[in-house]
Design a protein around this ligand. Structure first.
Ligand code: NAD
Ligand code: ZN
Length: 348
């Protein structure tokens, strides 16, 4: 089958690789109908993810049709339309039982190398899904595959970040980064009751995309975002800040944007081990800071329902739909920010 593989820093390739087969009784094989290139794939592309060996199949955001289900799979059978969770969980360990699926003892991420469960990715014609009952969801009949696609990753990541921030109706949310995750955070914040969302990006066109979703754009390369957010909040700062870029610079910015008693949730992926935590300021200003990987299994049913109910429209961020065979160009466009979000279609 055709698949996108990692080939080294700044290099992916379209290659012919063996089709996956059932390995465990609770595995399923899914024929991929849609897969996306995620900001997290760019960390691989930039060579920042240890354990991505050359030849490893990339990709973790996908929908498809079950073509084979192992004998222990109960919830799915061949022909079912499904969306996959970008990270896997076993569903029965002590962490899963606590609802901390992102801390599962068998945690893995599709297409993220040997350090993340050694699971071949979904930018391919077929993907093997372990613990299929846990790591797949049926796509509601009224939704297209594309509408459900981001529920397996960026939408649910963003929705969960807002949830983790304990947003109260009527509050003001600042979102740092208007890439796909940030844009999903804008929609999630409104869906969870935000009165206003202030959307910050270095790129004007990205901030303007957020504006189309109802946010107030703040172009950080043209204006000081701290001064701008202060001005827009009467000098208080934002009740909630969602950091959707990754790395110490934007996390530090979040501390400057949040009001006293406010909450920061960072979801941007970073490989930087530590940063100077503003300890004394956070004490006196009573700041809550949370950072973590998404807990897709906790929130995916809510996001699927919000999309089905018309409260969130994830498709608005798709700028390019390409055949899987043009994935190399898709990575180039997404990395150079020519594309906001690239969806790959294996059978195009
Ligand atoms: P992306 O790279 O497409 O978008 C990032 C955006 O941030 C871009 O629009 C860029 O212009 C903007 N940006 C960069 N530096 C900035 C700065 N200093 N100030 C303001 N804006 C800035 O990525 P994405 O797909 O939107 O994902 C965002 C982050 O979320 C990535 O790090 C990704 O790996 C991460 N992510 C995390 C999880 C999780 O489980 N925690 C899940 C999905 C994605
Ligand atoms: Zn992702």
């Amino acid at each position: 089958m055709k698949a996108v593989t990692y080939r080294g820093v700044g290099q992916v390739a379209l290659e012919e690789v063996p089709e996956p087969a059932i390995q465990q009784p609770d595995d399923a094989i899914v024929k991929v109908t849609r897969c996306a290139i995620c900001g997290s794939d760019l960390h691989i592309y930039h060579g920042h993810i240890p354990g991505m060996v050359p030849g490893f199949v990339c990709g973790h955001e996908f929908t498809g049709v079950v073509v084979e289900a192992g004998p222990a799979v109960r919830a799915f059978r061949a022909g079912d339309r499904v969306v996959g969770t970008f990270h896997t969980a076993c569903g029965h360990c002590a962490m899963c039982r606590k609802g901390a699926y992102n801390q599962c003892r068998e945690y893995g991420v599709f297409g993220y190398g040997v350090a993340f469960g050694n699971l071949a990715g979904s930018q391919a014609e077929f993907v093997r899904v372990p613990h299929a009952d846990v790591n797949l969801r049926p796509i509601p009949e009224e939704l297209s595959d594309e509408q459900a696609l981001f529920c397996g990753d960026i939408l649910t990541t963003a929705y969960g970040a807002v949830r983790n921030a304990h947003l109260q109706p009527g509050e003001t949310v600042a979102v740092i980064g208007c890439g796909p995750v940030g844009l999903m955070a804008v929609q999630s914040a409104f869906a969870q009751g935000a009165a206003r969302v202030l959307a910050i990006d270095l790129l004007r066109d990205r901030a303007e995309l957020a504006e189309r979703l109802g946010a107030v754009p703040v172009v950080a390369s043209e204006t000081n975002p701290v001064a701008q957010v202060n001005k827009l909040t009467g000098g208080l700062g934002a009740d909630v800040v969602i950091e959707a870029v990754g790395g110490p610079k934007t996390v530090a910015l979040a501390f400057e944007l949040v009001r006293g008693g406010g909450r920061i949730v960072a979801v941007g992926v970073t490989t930087v081990e530590s940063f100077a935590f503003p300890l004394a300021t956070s004490l006196t200003r009573d700041i809550a800071f949370r950072i973590g990987l998404a807990n897709i299994h906790r929130d995916i049913d809510a996001t699927l329902a919000l999309v089905a109910g018309g409260r969130i429209d994830p498709e608005v961020i798709i700028s390019h739909r390409l055949p899987l065979t043009e994935a190399v160009e898709g990575y180039r466009m997404f990395d150079s920010r020519e594309a906001t979000k690239v969806v790959l279609i294996p059978d195009a």
